[in-house]
Design a protein around this ligand. Structure first.
Ligand SMILES: Cc1cc2nc3c(=O)[nH]c(=O)nc-3n(C[C@H](O)[C@H](O)[C@H](O)COP(=O)(O)OP(=O)(O)OC[C@H]3O[C@@H](n4cnc5c(N)ncnc54)[C@H](O)[C@@H]3O)c2cc1C
Length: 393
């Protein structure tokens, strides 16, 4: 998120320093690894506005429709781009492609100092101070504003200046790339199974990216077993709606947890992305939520500069925190709620979720509202999320 924010702020004439601990091509890179993620249409707008989308688009698989169903029951709903009139509901993008596009842009910029490998080690937060001091592997940096974007295992938000609530889930996310015997036509599948949700996301090259939430032990078995046994278990669980699964590559598991800061600001510091809020990937919202932080923070900083205000002033940062509070809470509750409703086999709940899915299917207005929210184009949007540049405000 730090790289995206730096690119977004570039036109404002600020002096920006970015510290990145892990090079893009390292196996340890936590952000841009072997995963593919689903970007919402709203996130595409933000990347468009900051001039990155062109470099991503060639390798982005558009999602034209999503089929949501409940394994073993009749409940289902179909969500289609035509219901909201956008080119796509979202895009499936390898995270390495995002990383390459962002780092190339940072390296080319004359106003952004990009240091990699370089770590921020300590931030001296003094609420009334006029600047904030960062201790790092490239020396001490004094600045008006520090944006912390060090991810879900954030060490920089561990001190007494920050308060967070965390929760570990007993499941893990298994990811991989799946070949299939027929074209997917841009259809994504979300299927709720007895253990948890299973998503198949359409890649540009007619394969699917799999994200399968499973109990820890089962997830490890599914990674360790041979490809034939794995494909057979996947087919049994998912059924044949997407076709016959023919190949699998890159199976890997991720532990899952949730962690939310009570407030993303402290002194002249603001935390964005996973360092402020890490949510379960069940609804594919984590990256999208972080990118919306980027768009809102960029907008608040642009407004402050235009008004001649100090960008690290508490009033400016509070205005930002207010804009993010509601959406962050809503997405966190939504993902937790999905897990509880759909990973639970109580007979009453099972019937209720079928009814819920069928009701959404039968009620076009509810479906459109749900879709607009999910793809990040509902409600008041910051300029970047409308695809507009900051400068033209
Ligand atoms: C299996 C799985 C599937 C997912 N699928 C989706 C999806 O489909 N859609 C979606 O929107 N989200 C998805 N997510 C969530 C998404 O990946 C994260 O929300 C997103 O990557 C968070 O980005 P970030 O930049 O905040 O943190 P990170 O990606 O963790 O990046 C943090 C960066 O900070 C660097 N860093 C750390 N400490 C320091 C330091 N002290 N100094 C300097 N640099 C430092 C790290 O090297 C890293 O580059 C998924 C997550 C998982 C686990």
């Amino acid at each position: 998120m730090g790289a995206s924010l730096a690119c977004a702020l570039e036109p404002l004439g600020l002096k920006i320093t970015v510290l990145e601990e892990t090079p893009l091509d390292s196996d340890q890179q936590p952000s841009f690894d072997e995963r593919t993620i689903a970007l919402t249409y709203g996130s595409r707008q933000i990347f468009d506005a900051i001039g990155i989308w062109q470099a991503i688009e060639m390798q982005a698989g558009p999602i034209h429709r999503i089929h949501v169903s409940n394994r073993g029951h009749a409940g289902f709903t179909r969500l289609d781009r035509q219901q909201i009139g956008t080119d796509a509901l979202g895009y499936v993008v390898p995270t390495r492609v995002l990383g390459k596009a962002l780092t190339r842009r940072l390296a080319q910029s004359s106003s952004i100092e990009y240091h990699c490998p370089a770590s921020a080690m300590q931030i001296d937060i003094e609420p009334q101070a006029n600047t904030v001091r960062v201790g790092s592997t490239i020396g001490v940096i004094d600045t008006d504003l520090v944006v912390i974007a060090d991810g879900g295992r954030s060490s920089l938000t561990q001190g007494p200046s920050w308060e967070k609530t965390t929760r570990s889930y007993s499941e893990q996310a298994l990811i991989g790339i799946i070949g299939v015997d027929r074209p997917h036509n841009g259809t994504a599948f979300e299927r709720f199974t007895e253990h948890g949700p299973l998503a198949l996301l359409p890649l540009k090259d007619e394969r699917f990216a799999l994200a399968w939430t499973l109990p820890e032990q089962r997830a490890q078995q599914m990674v360790d077993c041979d490809p034939t046994a794995f494909l057979s278990a996947l087919q049994d669980t998912f059924g044949d709606r997407a076709g016959q699964f023919t190949r699998c590559e890159g199976r890997r598991v991720y532990p899952l947890s949730r962690s939310i800061l009570t407030s993303p600001i402290s002194g002249r510091c603001v935390a964005i992305g996973n360092s402020a809020h890490r949510v379960h990937p069940v609804a594919g919202q984590g990256f999208n939520l972080g990118l919306r932080d980027v768009a809102e923070l960029a907008e608040q900083l642009a407004n402050a500069l235009r008004a001649g205000d100090d960008i690290g002033d508490t009033a400016v940062l509070r205005a930002y925190a207010r804009t993010r509070e509601r959406q962050t809470r809503r997405v966190s509750r939504f993902t937790d709620g999905l897990l509880q409703i759909f990973a639970n086999e109580f007979p009453g709940l099972s019937a209720a979720r079928n009814i819920g899915l069928n009701l959404i299917e039968l009620c076009p207005a509810a479906k459109t509202l749900l879709l607009r929210r999910t793809v990040g184009i509902a409600g008041p949007l910051p300029r970047l999320a409308r695809g507009l540049s900051l400068e033209s405000a």
